[in-house]
Write a protein that binds this ligand. Structure first.
Ligand SMILES: [Zn+2]
Ligand SMILES: [Zn+2]
Length: 310
């Protein structure tokens, strides 16, 4: 009896600590400070592990939620800093981690999803991803020998399931499959990858990886945001680009809109050449000394490759 009372009291203490932490996390969502988020993450992970160890399912699951949400916030704050410092690919990989984590949260605690400002994180990371120039990715094809359930370690096959669902939380732990005896069959080049981090980079003559991407669109936005909490949206649309930019293209050449038709029979008769155009809306007005419009991909003589600002 005495033992049961003690463990009941311990579970109650655990729950109280978790609810207090939840309040602190909610308060910190107006605080873009990296150290605050690191401290909250340490607390959340500590309480999560303690709750798993004590075996209280409800506390363990709440601990998981708080640790995930906190790591998403901390990750997002560092994404913002990395983008300011030009560490684009690093920020890209972290955003993919945040995206997966937010999806796992949504699948498990849909009712609490927005309690800790997670819809904001979701829309901001999506808006940043839209700005990235990555178009080509690698996708490995692998043969898996066998898989174990991460929760109960049962060997999974098409005829036998342990009942644990991938992506769901059991006792504070996320269910996934542990793949064994993996064989890599091939690597494909794809446009829509399963893993977004598998970006294609070039190599120089000495075999060093070089980043050949033009991050003008990412830089345009990050330079105009003051804080990670400043909201923006971004959308690729089509817009007329002035004919002056294509002065070197003759009427008989292929139209720069890439329709495959001659310039003279396509956009030449229109108010401009129809080209992709990134439209960004800022919640707060950007600094007045920065231009509000930027052309990327042209030089001053209308040739593709340089940049022109006005
Ligand atoms: Zn299982
Ligand atoms: Zn055209």
């Amino acid at each position: 009896m005495a033992d049961r009372t003690n463990s009941g009291a311990r579970h109650l203490n655990e729950q109280t600590a978790l609810f207090e932490l939840q309040e602190q996390i909610a308060a910190a969502t107006t605080e873009p400070d990296k150290e605050t988020w690191q401290r909250l993450l340490n607390n959340a992970q500590g309480l999560h592990q303690a709750a798993i160890a004590s075996g209280d399912e409800e506390s363990a699951n709440l601990g998981w939620f708080l640790a995930e949400a906190t790591s998403c916030w901390g990750g997002y704050i560092s994404v913002f800093k990395d983008l300011q410092h030009g560490l684009y690919y690093k920020a890209w990989c972290e955003m993919e981690r945040i995206e997966i984590s937010l999806m796992n949260i949504k699948n498990n605690v849909s009712g609490d999803y927005d309690k800790l400002g997670l819809s904001f994180l979701n829309s901001q990371t999506q808006a940043f991803q839209v700005l990235f120039p990555y178009t080509v990715f690698f996708s490995p094809e692998i043969i898996v020998g066998y898989e174990l359930c991460s929760i109960c370690r049962t060997r999974i096959n098409p005829w036998r399931s342990c009942g644990h669902e991938i992506g769901r939380i059991y006792g504070g732990r996320l269910c996934c499959r542990l793949a064994h005896d993996i064989e890599l069959v091939s690597i494909s080049i794809v446009r829509k990858p399963v893993q977004k981090y598998s970006v294609g980079f070039s190599k120089d003559d000495d075999g060093n990886t070089i980043d050949q991407h033009d991050y003008a669109t990412v830089k345009f936005v990050i330079d105009r945001l003051n804080s990670p909490l400043d909201q923006f949206s971004a959308e690729w649309i089509k817009a007329y680009h002035p004919h002056e930019l294509f002065a070197h293209v003759s009427e008989r050449d292929a139209c720069p809109c890439e329709s495959g038709i001659a310039y003279g029979e396509c956009c030449r008769e229109r108010p401009g050449v129809i080209r992709p155009h990134l439209q960004v809306l800022f919640e707060k007005e950007p600094p007045a000394d920065l231009p509000t419009v930027q052309l990327a991909g042209y030089d001053g003589y209308g040739r593709v490759g340089g940049k022109l600002q006005f």
